[in-house]
Every structure is written in structure tokens, then in C-alpha cells.
Design a protein around this ligand. Structure first.
Ligand code: PLP
Ligand code: PMP
Length: 482
């Protein structure tokens, strides 16, 4: 793919450019190494406190060591001695440059003063965003309400609640939340202040696996514009977009470099636009994470938003996480920047996407064989399929809908009671599935159906097949089919 990047003004953060493998100048905010009058001053200013007996009485490093550090700074090399020290919350200059370039390549936000900041992952970034954008109901506070999908990432819901922030779920279909329903909710809002924040997971949504196509994203953005709603776009599964399900699994790829470049181009072109790339108003904060495509234990990600929003985010980060771990940043920067570069990272993502496609297809094949044969023999559903699902287009989750109305005890037991019975039976049989009710945005509303979340992220192919067999048996037992 064409990796030529247009020149970008990074405002207070001039993060330098790479020339081939050699980084050129790196300047971070007020710590402007290029404008320092001496390398020693630049070293001091950048937070690499080598110490100087002259100015603050701290022990000086041996001259040779100090010279090494000054050399590293001048060459813009991020190394262990820098990573071990206190740094800027925005992140190490070299990794910040890389994520900014990546964001420009993938989203190219259509306004000038967008910025990135490294984060400690999307969980922490979301908590900060909620604190920035909403007022909870503690101590007589307003008690803002955010909008999200009617089934939403449980951690996000658990993040909002203790902050005193309410959550209102928007009905969904196979493509995620419904813009018309969202418009109606906002238009008819009477319960205090109208929501001003939407939290959405547009690709491979957790837990439903739903992916918003381009048209859906544009429609949702238009509703947000109409009602002046700010969008928190949490898209850790963006690069896990997969081709349609094929029973035989994906075919072997030709391995030559030219073909791979074409594949990368086609892959990136095939991805739906991010909200960030559609954002004409600066109303989007995008959360990216290395968790789902590289190393969850790195606790690293980044936010992208308008400069004003990123500034506020940083002031907050300075008072809590102080930005991500230098050691984590060092490892990731060495890999994605110095070793792979942007095209190497995209090559990795393509490989990962192919791996996930195989795993998803194994799980779907098992579902077709084990669950697709189950029919509703009781209830009002006639001979309809007892378990239904939509093929996930992205992410790592398969959301199974079980027809509650066809259960022999449907008239005497609630959805949650039957869901619990099946969940416990699954555990007895040695498989863990997540209960749909755990993800309800608004637990005071009745469940719109009985669902279970499965994943193809972690198990072996053999165990996934076994797991679905066990789930199928638990369903048969509960519905008294065997
Ligand atoms: N957002 C969503 C929608 C997720 O599904 C997850 C992980 O399950 C996260 C965020 C967590 O991301 P991180 O590891 O970057 O905190
Ligand atoms: N508390 C005190 C009293 C400190 O002096 C410092 C370091 N300046 C901190 C907290 C910050 O600690 P940490 O680096 O773990 O965020």
C-alpha cells in the first residue's frame, strides 16, 4: 500500500519523521530537544535525568554514559535507559509518532487539529473519557445518561455505574445499533438531560459480534449531529474483519511479496470507514488498542480526538495513570516501528485476520452440525430452528440466540431463569458460555430474547468443536429433546 504520509502539524507535539530506518528529529512539547542549547539541556528537558552535579546536586552519570544517552537522544532512539525513566503522559515520542502515522494512514481524520495520545488500553481510556464527558449523580450531580447498544461490553457498563452515569440501550439488528431507534429515543427524551454521549463498538461488537457497515455508520453519525451527541468509538476489533464463511476454510494464499502487497491494499480498502474518518465536527474520540491484535498484557493503546479533547485527556492522565509503562512502550515500539514499520504491521494484521477466519469457520461449522439440526418442536415457533446466529463479519464473538418461547417451561419460567439453567448445565458438562443477560445495557428492561456469547479467540479447534457439542447437549437436555 502507499505509505507516503502527508506532512502533519502535530501542534505542541512535533514527533519527528522517520527516513527509511533512521528517525529524524523528535521533539515533544516543551521538551524541544532541537531548540535546546546543548545536548545536555535536551537530555534534561526530555525527562532523561542523567543528573548534573552543577545544577541540582544529584550525582552525575559517568561522562561516557552521559554521552551515550545524549547520542541516543540525538539519534532519536528509544532505549531502555529512556524507557525506565519518568516520561510524558502522552507517550514516548517515537511510539506516539508511529500511532499518529498509523491513524493518518487508516482514518486520515478530515480536520487539521486532531491528535493522538498513548493510553494504558481502552478500558482505562474509556473510564477517563466518561469522567471527562459526563457528570454522575453523586452529591447532587446531574446524573448524565449515555447511549450504547442494548447489549454492550460489560466492563464499559460496570465503568459507568460507579461513576453515577446512567446507561440507556438502543435496539440493535445484525448491523448493530439502529439509527432510527436512536433518533426516536433522543427525540422523545423526557427523563432529565438528553444524553450527549454515545459509546459504540462498531466492529465485531462485544457481545453480539455485530458490525456496522459504512451506510449504518453514516446514518448513526447523522443522528449524532442532529442531536449534538459526542461519539466514543471503541473499535479494538477493527482489523479482525473477515471474509464470508466458507465451509472448507480459507484457501492457501500465494506467498510472494507483490501478492501480499496487493492483499494488504485490498484488506485495508475493504474495511468500513472509522467514525474518526467521517468526523467533520470533531465529535469523535476513537479508542484503539494493541490488546486484540498484538499483546493484551502490554496494556497499551491510544486515543485520537480533537486537540482540545486530547489536552483534557492528558491533564487527567497526568493525575492518574501518568501514561503507559515505558517498558511496555519500548517493546511495542521496537516491534511495530523499528522492526515491522507500517506495512509490516499491516502484514501481521492480515495474517491475524486469516487465522481468525479459520477459527471462526471451525466454530460455525460445528454450530451448523450440532445446533443447526435442533428444531422447535414445542411452543408457537413450529418447526423453526431452535438456535440461530448471524455469521460474524469481524471480531471474536459468536452470539447464539435460543428460542425461549419454544422451551417446555416458557409459561412458568422467565428468560433469565432458563438462561441460568442452561448456563449451569454447560458448566456441568465442561463448557463456559457467557449469558446474554450479563450484557444488558439497561437491566430494568425485559430481556429481548435468550442469548449466549461464545468466542473463537482462545481455544484449540478441537476444544471449540467439543465445546459446541456440550452446549448442544445442554440445550437438548433443557428443552427435553433427547
Ligand atoms: N473494548 C471492547 C469492546 C472490548 O471487547 C475489550 C476487551 O474485551 C476492551 C475494550 C478492552 O481493551 P483493553 O485491553 O485495551 O483495555
Ligand atoms: N506519591 C508521591 C508522594 C510521590 O513522590 C510520587 C512520585 N513523584 C508519586 C506518588 C507518583 O508515583 P508513581 O510514579 O507510582 O505514579
Amino acid at each position: 500500500m502507499d505509505l507516503a504520509l502527508p506532512a502533519k502539524d502535530y501542534g505542541g507535539v512535533d514527533i519527528g519523521r522517520r527516513n527509511g530506518n533512521a528517525a529524524t528529529e523528535v521533539v515533544v512539547g516543551k521538551y524541544d530537544a532541537s531548540h535546546a542549547s546543548s545536548p545536555a539541556e535536551a537530555t534534561e528537558a526530555s525527562g532523561t535525568t542523567t543528573g548534573s552535579a552543577e545544577n541540582d546536586g544529584r550525582p552525575a552519570l559517568p561522562t561516557e554514559k552521559q554521552q551515550q544517552q545524549e547520542d541516543l537522544l540525538q539519534k532519536n532512539i528509544y532505549d531502555l535507559s529512556i524507557a525506565q525513566n519518568y516520561s510524558q503522559s502522552v507517550g514516548a515520542a517515537q511510539l506516539l509518532r508511529w500511532v499518529t502515522e498509523h491513524t493518518q494512514l487508516i482514518s486520515n481524520p478530515p480536520y487539521a487539529d486532531w491528535r493522538c495520545s498513548l493510553t494504558i488500553g481502552s478500558t482505562g481510556a474509556l473510564e477517563q473519557a466518561f469522567r471527562m464527558l459526563c457528570e454522575g449523580n453523586h452529591n447532587g450531580g446531574r446524573g448524565d445518561v449515555i447511549l450504547t447498544e442494548e447489549f454492550s461490553f460489560a466492563t464499559a457498563l460496570e465503568t459507568a455505574r460507579p461513576l453515577g452515569i446512567g446507561v440507556s440501550g438502543v435496539p440493535m439488528d445484525d448491523e448493530g445499533l439502529l439509527p432510527k431507534a436512536m433518533d426516536e429515543i433522543l427525540t422523545g427524551w423526557t427523563d432529565g438531560r438528553k444524553p450527549t454521549v454515545l459509546y459504540t463498538v462498531p466492529s465485531g461488537q462485544n457481545p453480539t459480534g455485530a458490525t456496522q457497515g459504512e451506510q449504518r455508520r453514516r446514518e448513526i453519525y447523522a443522528v449524532c449531529r442532529k442531536h449534538d451527541v459526542y461519539i466514543i468509538e471503541d473499535e479494538p476489533y477493527y482489523f479482525l474483519h473477515m471474509p464470508p464463511f466458507q465451509k472448507q476454510g480459507i484457501s492457501e494464499k500465494a506467498g510472494n511479496a507483490a501478492q501480499q502487497d496487493q492483499d494488504i491494499d485490498a484488506f485495508v480498502q475493504s474495511l468500513p470507514p472509522t467514525y474518526l474518518s467521517l468526523d467533520l465536527d470533531g465529535r469523535v474520540m476513537r479508542l484503539d488498542s494493541f490488546s486484540k491484535n498484538l499483546i493484551p498484557g502490554s496494556r497499551l493503546g491510544w486515543v485520537t480526538a480533537s486537540q482540545q479533547m486530547v489536552e483534557q485527556y492528558l491533564r487527567h492522565a497526568e493525575c492518574n495513570s501518568q501514561g503507559p509503562s515505558g517498558l511496555s512502550q519500548l517493546i511495542v515500539q521496537k516491534l511495530v516501528d523499528e522492526t515491522w514499520g507500517h506495512d509490516g504491521f499491516l502484514r501481521w494484521l492480515l495474517h491475524l485476520r486469516d487465522e481468525y477466519t479459520v477459527r471462526r469457520d471451525v466454530l460455525l461449522d460445528a454450530c451448523n452440525r450440532q445446533l443447526g439440526v435442533l428444531r422447535c418442536s414445542d411452543g408457537n415457533a413450529g418447526n423453526d430452528a431452535l438456535v440461530k446466529w448471524t455469521v460474524p463479519r469481524a471480531g471474536m464473538f459468536l452470539w447464539l440466540q435460543v428460542n425461549h418461547a419454544a422451551h417446555p417451561d416458557a409459561s412458568t419460567k422467565s428468560v433469565v431463569e432458563i438462561e441460568e439453567e442452561i448456563y449451569n448445565a454447560c458448566i456441568d458438562k465442561g463448557v463456559l458460555v457467557c449469558r446474554g443477560s450479563w450484557f444488558r445495557a439497561d437491566p430494568s428492561k425485559p430481556l429481548p430474547g435468550m442469548y449466549f456469547r461464545t468466542t473463537y479467540a482462545a481455544s484449540t479447534e478441537e476444544n471449540m468443536v467439543k465445546g459446541i457439542e456440550r452446549f448442544g447437549q445442554a440445550i437438548r437436555d433443557s428443552f427435553r429433546l433427547s
